[in-house]
Each structure stands twice: as structure tokens, then as C-alpha cells.
Design a binder for this molecule. Structure first.
Ligand code: B12
Ligand code: SF4
Ligand code: SF4
Length: 366
């Protein structure tokens, strides 16, 4: 943080109100302010790590307590401004695509442009607006880019509660939103933490999770989560999860789509989040047919780019293995049998075996 703030003559309560209204002008749907005490969340995180739920995500373990102690990450931090940005584009189908096994399901946060840059820019604009009012002050903007405990901070800042699916849920907006933060040295008044838990006796998310990744209320074992398997995991996807993945080729939304609060989702008209290249509706075959050049060109600026072409083919091969038998699917898979990557070839072989089994079953019935 650049300099300690000269805060002596500032009405901090009025400033907090203005920060929230500037945030909304900038396009955020909600902002809240919290202190930096995450002692309870720290214990839960340590338990989660000790249980190995982070799998290969070493970035979750390697920063010591910086994740749960904001002032250790950014010295001087006494408050965190937490911001929510809704992302579901209008007229985008969800469950319908999931139910069509020849189409690819890309998690709805990822069909348009990546959110990180957009959100960070807005948080920086917010900081500049504050600076124009109070002069130089210490701050740093984060969007899932550093060891920050975003959901725990958001809950403390009053933005929502932890659903049984571990998502931060807002009673009036569901959970299809991103979170970002401004760490600051301004001793702003804090908001009431969100204490009320609205899940009640519902457990729809736990029953709906295709791979049983929600191992307890509010606890996701990432190693079983389709989001982790398709985005974070670098190697082979364990075979026992492949069938359950269905046509989900990048991320997974099931535990949110079944949630009764998702009906309160407010659609977003952000141009950046509008689906590109039909990623909200494309067939598995058309995406599997993309060349590497096409992949690189069409995923420029998209969250999908991060996984690279090899893992993209790996994920799509699983989707095709799960699709109903067709000559076209078998032919497309056969073409990839010579692809120069063991990872891709192994998933293609698995998919071809599934397709052949289904072909034989089809012939037997006929
Ligand atoms: C690692 C990670 C993942 C991992 C692990 C997920 C997980 N549940 O931890 C994987 C790859 C699986 C993943 C998947 C997804 N992720 Co993610 N992920 C993260 C990341 C980087 C860290 C999360 C973390 O700290 N996990 C550790 C666990 C221990 O913390 P936690 O999940 O917050 O759990 C808390 C609760 O379990 C709670 N808890 C447990 N028991 C109890 C009891 C009580 C009484 C209370 C109050 C709390 C409580 O304690 C924990 C700490 O407080 C954050 C960004 C960030 N820097 O924070 C994004 C983030 C959480 N992910 C996000 C999204 C959108 C997703 C997906 C929806 C993407 C997709 N569609 O595929 C899925 C959803 C899966 C799910 N149901 O959680 C958003 C969530 C927004 C929201 N509304 O909640 C975040 C915040 C990114 C962002 N900037 O917007 N993710
Ligand atoms: S994102 Fe999908 S796999 Fe992960 S916990 Fe939710 S429903 Fe389960
Ligand atoms: S589906 Fe039910 S239990 Fe799960 S988060 Fe939503 S309200 Fe809570």
C-alpha cells in the first residue's frame, strides 16, 4: 500500500455510503464492508486442506495464512470492500442444454469474456473515486487473483450466506455472480455479517451433484468436483467420474441450477459476458472439430483459454464418449486417435469404447 491515509477530517460513515453508490454506478450489484478477522474461516480452511480436498491446487496451500489474514498479504489493511457482479447473460439456456447429450455444456460463467480484468478495472476505478475524495490512501484490488478468501469476506460484509453447496448465496439474487475485493487501510464502518442461513431443510444441491462432490453441508471435495476435473486437473480424469460428467466440458453449474434461490438470478447485460462462438449451445462435435489455431483464436480473452487445447480435447472426448452412438461421433474420435498427446489419445480410446458398446447395443436391439 502506497501511503498511510490522511483520514482525520473525513466522515467515514458518509464515505462508506458514497463508496457503495459509486460501486453501483460502476456496474456492481452490491458492495459491503468488513473487518479482517477470519479466525473461524481460517480453521475451516485448514481442515479442508488437511483433508486433502484441494487435490492438486497447490496454490490453495502454499501461501500460509496470508489467505485468511488480509494484513499479512497487504500490510496496513484494516477493511475489505467486497463487491458482487452478476454474470448470467439474458436468454441463455441452462438445463435444456444439459439434457441434450450431443451438445456441450460450458459453465455459464465462461461462455463470454473473462471476468477478472473487467472486475479489477472497476475496482481500480472505485479506488480512484475514493482517492479523489480523500486523497492518497492504501488499497489493492483483487479478483480471484491472489490468496484471498473471497466468499468468507463477502459473507462477513453482508453479501450472503454459505449455501450447502458452499456457494455464497444472496436471498434476492441466488449465486450466479462473481466476487472481487478492495483491501484498504481506511477504517470504514463495517456492515453486519450475513448471519441468517436460508437453506433450511433443503438439500437439493447435494442430491443433484453428479459426482457426489459435496461431501458435507458447505464442504466441497474439489477432487470430485467437475469444475476441478475439467479446469484445474492437469492429468487424466479418473475413470469413475467420466460417465457422471455427461456433457459438462468446462466447469459445472448443477448445484446452482437446482437451487431454489437461482430463480431470483438477475440477468446481466454486460457486453463482455454475452456468449461468443455459440459456446452456450454448440454441439460437442463442432467444438471437437476446432483446430488448435481455431481454439486459440476463439478462446482469446475467454476463461477457457487457460486450460489449453490438449485439456479442451480431453474434456470433449469424455462428452463424446457419453453421447448417444452415431457414425459421425465415432469417425471424429477415430480421427483424433493419432493426436500427438498421450492424455488426449487415452481419453479418445475411452470414448471410442463407450461408443462401440452403444453401437453394439443399438444393433442388438434392431
Ligand atoms: C478453489 C476454488 C474452487 C475449487 C474448490 C471449490 C470450493 N468449494 O472450495 C473448484 C475448482 C472446485 C471451484 C469450483 C467452482 N467455483 Co471456485 N473458487 C475457488 C477459490 C479460488 C477459492 C475457494 C476457497 O477458498 N475454498 C476453500 C474452502 C474451504 O472455502 P469455501 O469454499 O469458501 O468454504 C467455506 C465454507 O465451506 C464454509 N463453511 C464450512 N462449514 C461452515 C459452517 C458455517 C457455520 C459457516 C458460516 C461456513 C462454513 O467455510 C469455508 C470458509 O469459510 C475462489 C476464489 C477465492 N480466491 O476465494 C473461487 C470461487 C469460490 N469460485 C467461484 C465459482 C463461480 C466456482 C464455480 C461455480 C465455477 C463453475 N461453474 O464451475 C464452481 C462451484 C463449485 C462449488 N460448489 O463450490 C466463485 C464463487 C462465487 C459465489 N457466488 O460463491 C469464486 C468466489 C470466484 C470469484 N471470484 O467469483 N472453485
Ligand atoms: S459444481 Fe458440479 S460437481 Fe462441483 S459441487 Fe457443484 S454440482 Fe457438484
Ligand atoms: S439447493 Fe437448497 S441446500 Fe443447496 S444451497 Fe440452495 S437452498 Fe441451500
Amino acid at each position: 500500500m502506497p501511503t498511510p491515509s490522511a483520514i482525520t477530517d473525513i466522515d467515514l460513515g458518509a464515505l462508506a455510503d458514497r463508496i457503495k453508490s459509486w460501486g453501483r454506478e460502476l456496474g456492481f450489484q452490491q458492495l459491503g464492508i468488513t473487518d479482517v478477522d477470519l479466525a473461524e474461516d481460517e480453521q475451516r480452511l485448514e481442515r479442508w486442506l488437511a483433508d486433502g480436498h484441494h487435490g492438486e491446487m497447490q496454490f490453495m496451500a502454499k501461501h500460509g495464512r496470508k489467505r485468511t489474514r488480509p494484513a499479512e498479504l497487504e500490510p496496513g489493511t484494516v477493511r475489505v470492500i467486497s463487491a458482487r457482479l452478476d454474470y448470467l447473460p439474458p436468454e441463455v439456456e441452462t438445463t435444456k442444454v444439459l439434457g441434450q447429450p450431443t451438445r456441450a455444456y460450458v459453465s455459464r460463467y465462461a461462455t463470454g469474456r473473462d471476468y477478472h480484468k473487467l472486475m479489477r478495472k472497476r475496482l481500480q476505478s472505485l479506488a480512484r473515486m475514493i482517492e479523489a475524495e480523500v486523497g492518497p490512501f492504501g488499497y489493492r484490488a483483487f479478483v480471484d487473483s491472489a490468496p484471498v478468501m473471497e466468499r468468507a469476506l463477502a459473507r462477513k460484509a453482508g453479501l450472503g450466506w454459505f449455501g450447502k453447496n458452499a456457494m455464497l448465496l444472496n436471498p434476492k439474487a441466488g449465486s450466479l455472480f462473481f466476487l472481487g475485493e478492495l483491501y484498504t487501510d481506511l477504517p470504514l464502518p463495517v456492515d453486519e455479517p450475513f448471519e441468517h442461513e436460508h437453506c433450511g431443510s433443503c438439500s437439493a444441491c447435494r442430491s443433484a451433484c453428479p459426482t457426489g462432490a459435496i461431501v458435507d453441508d458447505r464442504i466441497v471435495d474439489a477432487r470430485a468436483c467437475i469444475s476441478y476435473l475439467t479446469i484445474e486437473l492437469h492429468g487424466a480424469i479418473p475413470e469413475h467420474y467420466r460417465e457422471a460428467m455427461g456433457n459438462r466440458v468446462f466447469g459445472c453449474d448443477d448445484c446452482q441450477l437446482v437451487c431454489p434461490f437461482t430463480r431470483f438470478t438477475r440477468v446481466s447485460n454486460e457486453v463482455d459476458f454475452a456468449p461468443r462462438h455459440d459456446l452456450d449451445r454448440a454441439s460437442l462435435l463442432s467444438l471437437f472439430g476446432w483446430s488448435e489455431e481455431e481454439f486459440l483464436e476463439r478462446t482469446a480473452g475467454s476463461p477457457i483459454r487457460r486450460i489449453g487445447y490438449e485439456r479442451w480435447l480431453r474434456n470433449l472426448a469424455i462428452g463424446l464418449g457419453n453421447a448417444p452412438w452415431s457414425r459421425a461421433v465415432e469417425a471424429a474420435l477415430l480421427l483424433r486417435l493419432a493426436y500427438p498427446s498421450d492424455l488426449v489419445r487415452e481419453h479418445v480410446r475411452w470414448a471410442l469404447d463407450r461408443q462401440r458398446d452403444k453401437r453394439q447395443a443399438t444393433i442388438a436391439v434392431a
